[in-house]
Each structure stands twice: as C-alpha cells, then as structure tokens.
Design a protein around this ligand. Structure first.
Ligand code: NI
Length: 226
C-alpha cells in the first residue's frame, strides 16, 4: 500500500527548514548505507551531528504526531528519526531495499515496516529525482510537491532517479508499526477511513458508528504487538 500525505509540512515549516539548511554540513551518503545499498547510493546526507538535523527531526516528528492520516495508516510503534539527503549533479540512489532492522542511539532495535520520503524541494526546481517503487502493480514513479510525503512498504525494492538539474532535498524515515502484518494494517486503515467518513455523515452517537468503532479497536487488540 502506497499512501501520499499532502501538506504534511506547511509553507512556514518549509521556510524554517530552508533557513536551517543554509550553512548545513553535507557528508557522503554512503556513510549511512549498509550492505549492497552502499554501492548504489550516490547522494549527500546532512551531518547527523548537525544542530539543523535535530531541529528538523523534532519538527517532522511533531507534524507526524498530529497527522490523522499518518497515524491511521502506520499505527506507529517506533519512528526511526528522519535523515535528510540531497541529490544533485546526476546523483541517484540505485535500486535497493531498506535494512530490516535499524538501531536507535539507545540501542533499541526498530523493525522497518514502512519507509517514508518527505519532499522538501518544489518539484519544478529540479529534473529527475523521482522515487520509483516496485510493487505488485508494477513500478510506480513518485514526485510530490514540497511538504508532501509518501509512505510505502519497506519490503519493496525502490530507487531515486538521477537528478539532472537543480537539487532535490528530502527527508526519509522508517516506522515500526504496532502491526507487523501489512494486510492486517491495510484492513484496519480501510476500516478506520470508512468510520471517519461515516462519523462526519452521522455523528459519533450513531449506533452503527459506535459498533464499527468497537470492531476497529477489538481488531487492534487482537493484532497489535505493542
Ligand atoms: Ni531506501
């Protein structure tokens, strides 16, 4: 399941991030890749010790906590803090899969169930740079506006096409969901979205809305591994 979340970041958020990136130090992206991904990663990564990165991470995590669409789709247990990368001068990230287990600074292992890219540069400011994700429906090419985000299964093979004009700055992060099973997660997402629509139409006191809400929570109880 691929989900686009538009305007996760506001124009004010983007202005703040652009200002924070003014004097930022960029390092070789290979430093944060492991295994075969190292060989195909040709981009720059914001220095992980940069104060700008700490600020950007905190802003993104704040926005994710209030995005109902993100919470509904991901049911997050852990979020591996965002990394910020830059592709330019033909830079690309060849076909790869993300590591299954990531480790937080406090040594907590995080299973990557979902991967996310937040586009930070307006699409018209660069050529190329599409995120291409292989799925059972074929390859999907994704290039969203600044502040928009795409959430996709970490199990999928994906790549970033070469950026042939301008620079493409993006933030990437990974989520361990309360539900490891993607099919269960997808069914809960569908159910939750339907309940949200019905609630708008009929109100929270509608008996059918209350029953469906109970079913939703009972399924989470059955399937979640907190
Ligand atoms: Ni990746």
């Amino acid at each position: 399941m691929l989900i686009a979340i538009e305007d996760l970041l506001s124009s004010a958020d983007l202005l703040q991030i652009t200002a924070q990136l003014q004097d930022a130090r960029w390092l070789d992206g290979k430093d944060t890749a492991t295994g075969p991904a190292k060989a195909v990663k040709h981009n720059l990564q914001l220095d992980s010790y940069s104060p700008a990165l700490a600020e950007i991470r905190s802003l993104i995590v704040q926005r994710l906590s209030t995005s109902m669409l993100f919470q509904s789709a991901a049911l997050p247990r852990h979020i591996f803090p965002p990394l910020v990368n830059c592709h330019r001068d033909g830079g690309e990230y060849g076909l790869h899969t993300d590591s299954a287990i990531l480790t937080l600074p406090d040594h907590t292992p995080v299973r990557s169930d979902l991967s996310a890219t937040i586009f930070l540069t307006p699409a018209e400011d660069y050529d190329g740079g599409e995120l291409v994700i292989e799925s059972t429906y074929g390859a999907q090419s994704i290039k969203l506006g600044a502040g928009d985000m795409v959430l996709y299964p970490s199990s999928s093979l994906h790549c970033v096409n070469p950026v042939t004009r301008g620079s493409r700055i993006a933030a990437c992060f990974w989520v361990q969901s309360l539900l490891a099973n993607p099919q269960q997660r997808e069914q809960l997402f569908e159910l939750d979205q339907s309940i949200q629509s019905l609630t708008v139409e009929r109100g929270t006191q509608c008996p059918q809305v209350q029953r469906l809400t109970a079913v939703y929570h009972n399924l989470v109880r059955m399937w979640a591994t907190p």
